[in-house]
Write a protein that binds this ligand. Structure first.
Ligand code: PEP
Length: 247
């Protein structure tokens, strides 16, 4: 089964009304590979303006969502609010949420379940630290993070996995093509043995971590790399070249 190539742009806490309007206008006007699914994730305050102006097949994602229904959760967005505004996607488990905001794998799994139950699609981020890689723990760490989710959900059809080695995020230190392919293959094998061969075959596994217009084409040649989650470079015009990696 052919998996549709997927490129996500995670703006993190960057941008202004004007700069995001410029990014969106650039994407709207660009010639984008019609065979690539494109999703951009602005900070929550810009979700509606971005969704209102994005065209050319570009979809919008939240960067986080809470796992509980509407209620007394100051500062949070609920799944119902995203659905109410036709926001289809949410990023969960980003390493910045795991490390800076101390989100556990169990909490991320709860949020993944809540998001899927509400009808959202999830970009689920996993990945190891440099210390864990050097200790030979890369796949164990990734699979433990995935296992927390597999304990709570059965249907992976609305989940895209983003493998993002923590040491490669925002550092300019991209994983080699071999390192990325090896991790992606290991993750796909884990899906086959733990979830189902169908889920392994169908689930998109993105690479994230210092992807640029210079390194994307080679990474995109790998059989288990189904796209990218892009941070810094998604704020630049060259994001279009990353979207078009397969052309
Ligand atoms: C990210 O934040 O998901 C990311 C991959 O960042 P960068 O591309 O800047 O490394």
């Amino acid at each position: 089964m052919a998996r549709t190539f997927f490129v996500g742009g995670n703006f993190k806490a960057n941008g202004s009304l004007k700069s995001i309007e410029t990014i969106v206008s650039n994407l709207n006007a660009a010639k984008l590979d019609p065979n690539t699914e494109v999703v951009i994730a602005p900070p929550s305050i810009f979700l509606l303006s971005t969704a209102a102006s994005a065209s050319n097949g570009v979809k919008v994602s939240a960067q986080n969502v809470f796992d509980k229904p509407d209620g007394a959760w100051t500062g949070e967005l609920t799944t119902k609010m995203l659905i109410d505004h036709n926001i289809e996607w949410v990023i969960l488990g980003h390493s910045e949420r795991r490390t800076i905001f101390k989100e556990s794998s169990e909490f991320i799994a709860e949020k993944t379940k809540a998001a899927l139950d509400a009808g959202l699609k999830v970009i689920l981020c996993i990945g190891e630290t440099l210390q864990e890689r050097e200790a030979g723990q890369t796949l164990n760490v990734c699979c433990e993070q995935l296992k927390a989710v597999a304990d709570k959900i059965n249907d992976w059809s609305n989940v895209v996995i983003a493998y993002e080695p923590v040491w490669a995020i925002g550092t300019g230190k991209v994983a080699t093509t071999e390192q990325a392919q090896e991790a992606h293959k290991g993750i796909r094998d884990w899906l086959a043995s733990t979830v189902s061969s169908q889920a392994a075959e169908a689930t998109r596994i993105l690479y994230g971590g210092s992807v640029t217009e210079k390194n994307c084409k080679e990474l995109a040649t790998q059989p288990d790399i189904d796209g990218f989650l892009v941070g810094g470079a998604s704020l630049k015009p060259a994001f279009v070249d990353i979207i078009n990696s397969k052309l």
